[in-house]
Design a protein around this ligand. Structure first.
Ligand code: ZN
Length: 124
């Protein structure tokens, strides 16, 4: 079934994010979304909205890279905590209540999967 056309004219609505705008993450997220839009010129607005929706709904399903977690620079006393950088799934396969999440480490590019029950995310 073809997806309906989504345009800024049909999708933009009135909103007030005052509760979020005062948080430091809000402008950081807007910067990231701006970058994502600018770097996704071949992606339709509908695809972008779906991706942002998916990212929002899977925010509690973050994981840490097992390769970086075992890195000597992290394991040494006073180790570099940036080796525990969080990753969020870039792909999810849902079967019933089970999510098979696929991650790509932003530090070392290692790819792995982790499973979660949809109603029991790893982090909230
Ligand atoms: Zn890694």
């Amino acid at each position: 079934m073809p997806k309906p056309d989504v345009t800024y004219d049909t999708a933009v609505r009135s909103f007030n994010h005052e509760n979020f705008a005062k948080l430091a993450a809000y402008p950081a997220l807007r910067d990231a979304l701006n970058d994502l839009c600018n770097q996704s010129s071949e992606v339709t607005l509908a695809e972008l909205l779906e991706a942002v929706r998916d990212m929002t709904l899977t925010a509690p399903f973050a994981d840490c890279c097992g390769v970086c977690r075992r890195h000597p620079e992290y394991l040494k006393p006073g180790g570099d905590p940036t080796y525990l950088k969080m990753a969020w799934p870039h792909a999810v396969e849902r079967k019933g209540r089970w999510l098979k999440c696929t991650y790509r480490c932003p530090r070392c590019s290692h790819i792995w999967t982790c499973g979660y029950s949809v109603d029991a995310p790893g982090l909230i």
